[in-house]
Design a protein around this ligand. Structure first.
Ligand code: HEM
Length: 467
C-alpha cells in the first residue's frame, strides 16, 4: 500500500477524500444504488469513467483516465443527461487531482450499488488540458470495430466481453435480467452490439460469468485495470489504504513572542484509549531537554469515516490536536509523536517512517491567525523573517469553468502577488505580506525570495482546530 511520507499534498488529499466522510460529500450520492433518470447514479458514474478511459491508445500510450471527458461530454458518442449530471456531481467535491477523482467516483459507484467488490484505488492521474480522440465504441459499429477499439484501449477479446458485461450489468441487469438489455434484444438489429459481443466466442465467456463469484472477481480485476489505464507518462501510486497515523494541519507562525505550532495526529479509532504527545527539537542552539521539548494533545475529536473506510473495518478516526509554543530564538527543526495505547505496551514512536517530520525552514510561514476567511472573500497572510523587502507570490489552485462551453469547474493554477500588509505591523522578527484570494481556491503554495534564497510553504485548505 502507498506509504504516507509527510508532507505529500496529493496522497494527503486523496486519502482524506477516500476515507474521511466530510471530505467527500459526493461519495454518498451513489449509496444504495440511488436512482436517477430511469437509471442509477452509480451507472451514470461508471459510464462517465469508461468514456473518459476510452480515449486510451495502448500503442501510443496516450489518453486514458485523465478527466478529458470534461472537454468531450457534448459529443454525440457521450449522449445522455447522465454525463453532465455526473460531472456536476463530482464538482461538488472539487479536488485538484481530478483525473484521480473520476476513478475514485467509480470505486464508490461499485460499492454504493449492490455491495460490489472494493476496487483498489491508486493516485497520481494527471488531468488533460484538452479533448482526446472520439474513440468511444458505439452500438451501430460492427464486431470487428469493437474488437479493434478494445484492443486500442488495452483489452483483448475475452476481456472486452467481460468488461461490457460488467459495465452493462449496472444498467440492465441489477435486479432484473439480461433479457431487458436493449443492446441484446432491441428491435434494431444493427444496435444489438451486446448480443454480437457476448456471442462472439459462442457465449463461452458469458457462461463463465454466470457464477456470481467469478463475475465479481473478473469485474473487480477489469474495472481496476480500467481506472488504472493512464497515459504512459503517468506513474500511479500503490493502492491507497487508510493511513494508521496521519499528520495534518501543521502550522507554524509568530505569535506574542513565540512561534505557535499547531499540528494534528490522526489515528484510527479502534476502541483503544490512546494518548498522544508531540516532541520537537531546536533548529539552532539549545533550549529543549535532551529527550526533546514535548506537549500533550489539548483535544481529541472523533471524525466519521467514509462508507468505503467502513468496508475496510475503519468506523472513525481520532484527531489529536496540539498547540505548542516554540522558543522564537531556537525555533524548531523537526518533530515526532509518542502514541501510548495505555495498555501496558511500549509507546509507538511515529516519526515519518524513519525520515522525521522536518520543518525545512522558518523564514516564510503561513499565518492562519492574521489571515481572514469569510464568505465574502478571504485574504492570506504570510510572515517573512526579514527586515528587507521580500518578493512574495502564491501559486494558488482555483476552480472555475474552463471556458463558456465547458461549465464544469476545473482546477487551474493562478499566481497571486502578496504585498506588504499594512494592517499587521512587523512583529517577532517577521514582516507580514497579504493577498486577497477568491473563494474558489483549493490550496496554494507560497513562494518568497529572501536575500537571494527561495523559500516555499504549502497552504492547505484550513480546518485546523485552534485557528
Ligand atoms: C462496445 C462497447 C460498448 C457500447 C457499444 C456501449 C453502448 C452503450 C449504450 C448505447 C448505452 C445507453 C446510453 C444511453 O442512452 O443512456 C450504454 C450505457 C451504459 N454503458 Fe455502455 N457501451 C459499451 C461498453 C461499456 C463499458 C466497457 C462499460 C463499463 C465498463 C459501459 C458502461 C455503461 C453503463 C454503466 C451504462 C448505463 C448508463 C446509465 O444508465 O446512465 N459500457 N452503453
Amino acid at each position: 500500500a502507498a506509504v504516507f511520507h509527510w508532507p505529500d499534498p496529493m496522497l494527503d488529499t486523496l486519502e482524506d477524500s477516500l476515507y474521511v466522510n466530510h471530505f467527500s460529500p459526493v461519495s454518498a450520492f451513489a449509496l444504495n444504488c440511488a436512482p436517477r433518470d430511469n437509471s442509477t447514479i452509480a451507472a451514470q458514474w461508471l459510464r462517465l469513467a469508461y468514456h473518459d478511459m476510452a480515449t486510451h491508445n495502448a500503442t501510443t500510450g496516450t489518453g486514458g483516465m485523465d478527466a478529458s471527458i470534461t472537454y468531450e461530454y457534448t459529443r454525440s458518442q457521450n449522449i445522455g443527461v447522465g454525463m453532465l449530471e455526473s460531472l456536476v456531481d463530482l464538482a461538488e467535491s472539487p479536488n485538484q487531482y481530478v483525473g484521480s477523482w473520476y476513478g475514485f467516483s467509480f470505486v464508490n459507484a461499485v460499492i454504493g450499488c449492490g455491495g460490489g467488490p472494493v476496487i483498489p484505488f491508486r493516485g497520481g492521474r494527471k488531468d488533460a488540458t484538452e479533448a482526446g480522440p472520439a474513440t468511444v465504441p458505439e452500438p451501430q459499429q460492427d464486431l470487428a470495430s469493437h474488437i479493434a477499439s478494445f484492443k486500442d484501449q488495452g483489452f483483448n477479446e475475452t476481456e472486452m466481453i467481460s468488461l461490457v458485461a460488467c459495465g452493462h450489468s449496472f444498467e440492465y441487469l441489477s435486479g432484473t435480467t439480461v433479457t431487458e438489455n436493449v443492446l441484446v434484444v432491441g428491435s434494431n438489429v444493427t444496435t444489438r452490439s451486446d448480443l454480437r459481443i457476448f456471442s462472439s466466442d459462442n457465449n463461452a465467456t458469458m457462461q463463465r460469468l454466470a457464477s456470481l463469484d467469478t463475475f465479481n472477481q473478473v469485474c473487480a480485476d477489469l474495472i481496476g485495470r480500467m481506472i488504472d489505464t493512464v497515459p504512459k507518462d503517468v506513474q500511479l501510486t500503490d493502492p491507497i489504504e487508510p493511513f494508521d497515523f496521519k499528520v495534518k494541519e501543521t502550522m507554524l507562525f509568530p505569535q506574542g513572542g513565540s512561534l505557535a505550532f499547531l499540528a494534528t495526529m490522526r489515528t484510527i479509532d479502534d476502541g483503544m484509549n490512546r494518548t498522544v504527545k508531540i516532541f520537537w527539537k531546536e533548529r539552532t542552539g539549545s533550549f529543549c531537554p535532551s529527550e526533546g521539548c514535548s506537549v500533550s494533545s489539548f483535544q481529541v475529536n472523533n471524525v466519521e469515516a467514509s462508507f468505503l473506510a467502513t468496508l475496510k473495518g475503519v468506523q472513525s478516526f481520532n484527531e489529536h490536536s496540539f498547540n505548542a509554543f516554540i522558543d522564537l530564538a531556537t525555533s524548531i527543526s523537526h518533530f515526532w509523536f509518542e502514541v501510548d495505547n495505555n495498555d501496558g505496551s511500549a509507546p509507538i514512536i511515529v516519526e515519518n517512517h524513519g525520515t522525521n517530520f522536518t520543518i525545512d525552514q522558518d523564514v516564510l510561514l503561513f499565518d492562519p491567525r492574521r489571515s481572514g476567511f469569510t464568505i465574502a472573500g478571504n485574504f492570506m497572510v504570510v510572515g517573512v523573517k526579514t527586515s528587507s523587502p521580500a518578493d512574495v507570490a502564491a501559486l494558488a489552485t482555483v476552480f472555475g469553468p474552463v471556458n463558456c462551453v465547458n461549465i464544469i469547474p476545473m482546477p487551474s493554477n493562478t499566481t497571486i502577488s502578496l504585498t506588504l500588509d499594512s494592517s499587521h505591523p512587523p512583529a517577532d522578527g517577521y514582516t507580514f505580506y497579504a493577498a486577497r484570494r477568491s473563494n474558489s481556491y483549493s490550496s496554494s503554495t507560497c513562494h518568497a525570495t529572501v536575500d537571494g534564497t527561495a523559500y516555499s510553504v504549502w497552504v492547505p485548505t484550513l480546518s485546523a482546530p485552534g485557528v
